[in-house]
Each structure stands twice: as C-alpha cells, then as structure tokens.
Design a protein around this ligand. Structure first.
Ligand SMILES: [Zn+2]
Length: 224
C-alpha cells in the first residue's frame, strides 16, 4: 500500500509541500504517522523504514564484498548486486520525494524521543552498534541541509569481521554440499547429467569467487 501522505505531496505543488510539518509522534523525514517507530535514534514511519533498510542492505552488501559503494551507475557483476543497486536507487528516490521540506528541529525530536531513548539505554543495547547509528543521526538531522542527496558512504563501519566469517563458513558448507553432488553425477553420462554438472560447476565457481571476495574484505577490515 502506498502511504496517503506520499500521494498528497507531489513535488510540483509547493503549497501542499510547505504545509506539511513535523509534529511530535510523526516521522521526522516525511511527517508520516503510519506505524512510526524509532529507527537509528529517530522516529520514522513504516514507509521510510522500509526504504532506509533497502538502502542499508545494499550498502552492507557492497561493503561485504568490497564492491563499489552504491550510488551512480547500476553496472554490476551479477544479478544480486544489480538488484541491490536498483533497489537502493529506487528507495533513495522515494525518500527524496517524500521528504518534508522543512526538517524538524533536532532538539524537538530529541525531546520527543527521550523516554524511548532512555529505555533503550536501560536495556543495554550492544555498544558495537553505536558508531553507525550516531553518524547517521548526525548526517540526517543535525546537518539537515547538507544531507539532501546521499548520506556519506559508511565504509569501515559496515564491514563486520564476525559477519564475514559467519558468511564464509556458510559458503564453505555450501561448497562441501556442491562437491558431494558433483561426485554423484561425476560418472553419469547423458544430457541431464551434463547439464547438472555444468550447473554445479557454475555454482561452485560463484561460491569460490564470493569466498575470495570475502577474504579480501576480511583482510581490508582487519587492517583498519
Ligand atoms: Zn517517513
């Protein structure tokens, strides 16, 4: 479902656009009120959170494989990378379209959030998540005018060595499974077996390529 808010705010109609203002409890980005929840220390609506997470996923993906940061051309090495780039670009576009013309005063937002923020701290959220949340909050609210286009690329923060290792281990399992299936069809002849072998070889090549990329990402993360 498309947020009604989005439909009521065509970019070419300045009167409607300027009349949309933030009020406590609403999304700080678009002023929407549909299931507003805290996202990176800011109240954001369901639509915004969805698009932000699409962009974040794409950013993580590029960081994980040491690929070119998102933004600019969609040129990609494979379908998965392309999907991420396309999704991120579309989400960025939507976010730019629904953005409130006047961003709320960060101080007012902080006040509105305070009870929840305090609760989060009390729960003892992992400290490791802090740097990225802090930097993105700074980017989107404190320097509201400067962040109109894209947030600064988060490079070092997105490469998580633990996550790379988890992913590498999963890939090694996958490799073992592929090898097992390969040995099953190794001696078979016929078109179907040949097609299956070729498919498995392709899968294996992809896994090996990804493992190599992960190793590169791990090394570069470890040297920081
Ligand atoms: Zn929103």
């Amino acid at each position: 479902m498309i947020d009604a808010q989005t439909l009521e705010a065509p970019t070419e109609n300045p009167t409607i656009r300027t009349s949309r203002r933030w009020s406590p409890g609403a999304c700080v980005w678009c002023g929407g009120t549909e299931s507003v929840e805290e996202y990176r220390n800011e109240p954001r609506c369901a639509t915004c959170r969805h698009h932000e997470s699409v962009i974040e996923e794409a950013r993580r993906f590029m960081g994980m494989y040491g690929l070119r940061p998102i933004g600019g051309t969609l040129q990609s090495d494979d379908d998965e990378e392309y999907e991420h780039r396309l999704g991120a670009r579309d989400s960025r576009r939507v976010l730019n379209e629904i953005r409130l013309e006047h961003q709320p005063d960060p101080e007012l937002v902080r006040k509105a959030l305070r009870p929840r923020a305090a609760a989060v701290v009390a729960e003892g959220k992992p400290a490791a998540k802090r740097p990225s949340t802090a930097s993105s909050a700074t980017g989107s609210s404190r320097t509201a005018s400067a962040s109109a286009k894209t947030a600064a690329p988060v490079k070092t923060g997105t490469v998580d060595i633990d996550e790379i290792q988890t992913r590498a281990l999963a890939l090694l399992d996958q490799l073992t499974a592929i090898d097992a299936q390969l040995s099953l069809v190794a001696d078979q002849s016929g078109l179907a077996a040949r097609a299956r072998r070729s498919d498995l070889e392709k899968q294996k090549a992809t896994v090996l390529r990804t493992l190599a990329a992960l190793e590169k990402a791990r090394l570069s993360a470890a040297s920081k």
